[in-house]
Design a protein around this ligand. Sequence first.
Ligand code: NAD
Length: 385
Amino acid sequence: MVVEPKVKGFICTTAHPKGCEESVRRQIEYIKKKPQVEGAKKVLVIGSSTGYGLASRIAVTYGYGADTIGVAFEREAKGKRTATAGYYNTQAFEKIATEDGYFAKSFNGDGFSKEMKEEVITCIKENFGQVDMIVYSMAAPRRTLADGTTVSSVLKTVGEPFTNRTIDLRTNEIKEVTVPVATEEEIEATIQVMGGEDWYDWIKTLTDAGVVKENAITLAYSYIGPKVTHPIYKEGSIGQAKKHLYDTSVKMNQDFANLGLKAYISVNKALVTQSSSAIPIVPLYISLLYRVMKEAGLHEGCIEQMHRLFLEKLPGDVETDEKGRIRLDDYEMRPEIQDRIAEIWDNVDTESIGKLGDIEEYWSEFYHMFGFGYDNIDYTEDVEI
Ligand code: NAD
């Protein structure tokens, strides 16, 4: 079947199997060119199929020489409907990593569930004995709790509605958008989905089962960003969940101190992933950020960020801020970068976005996420989906 992109708003409903493999291959090539460092050898990545989780899996495999188990929630192909990009990415990663001599097994299902945790524990026992690193990179719209109820996360403000500019991804028009206020229940639900509860559950279940090695490391990812995005991110409903995630890292460092476990929050850079495209205002910020960071020679995507995290920030004495967080947003938050974005922000409109922002790079990364837009892939060819 010939697979074409079908974009609806901020999502593409098709994915190209060969293109996804190309995307995985390019990320692997990037890490392979860097010298390997001493690091974890048996790694569990939860949320391993796209974005930061996939890049983490690639970075530890090729940067540390680690064997990995991945967990993700992706859709298989059915009839004429392609699988999701994460499904094809995982298939491609497993194939290439296995050919290269690494153990790479992936589970497709609900990472929040008790059953998935049990399956993973069995797999660790059979293949690794213990893991020495657990990366928690899940970004989910909803979570089914142990009692069967499902709660959904929202991307809203807290306190007052917030009006600012955004980009309409369907038309590339700059428009005003008002982000509504989250109710108490919505905030609570967002914390349940995107906060630290499930991360803690994973670590507790794994340590109780005896499958976490002494002095292991666990990581989860967060974002802070500049003032212009604070009402929708840092101070919004998602930010409340990220506060909970941070507090969970502090709690884990106390509760699992006897095992020598170290829990870190890595504050990453804003970039195009399936999750960030859904946040109002953020895509406009990202397109300006891309332009300004490229001009400064500091542009990074997922794999460049994860390379710095696993191969530069983590080895040896872990480099953290005063709150113990790893700051991969250090380039993004440089005053000269943020001052320049603030200057552009007030003037950008539909006519000037092409010049002031990097819409092309935004869309190019967006299409790449679904395996489209690679110049060495023949998209007119039939592919097995
Ligand atoms: P993403 O959408 O690319 O990846 C999400 C992953 O979670 C996928 O592998 C998906 O399959 C998996 N997943 C979703 N629901 C699941 C479930 N129920 N069970 C198992 N797996 C499930 O997202 P991302 O942007 O890479 O986000 C990963 C983390 O990084 C999040 O914590 C996010 O907040 C954080 N982060 C993102 C950015 C950004 O700009 N994208 C910046 C900083 C931090």
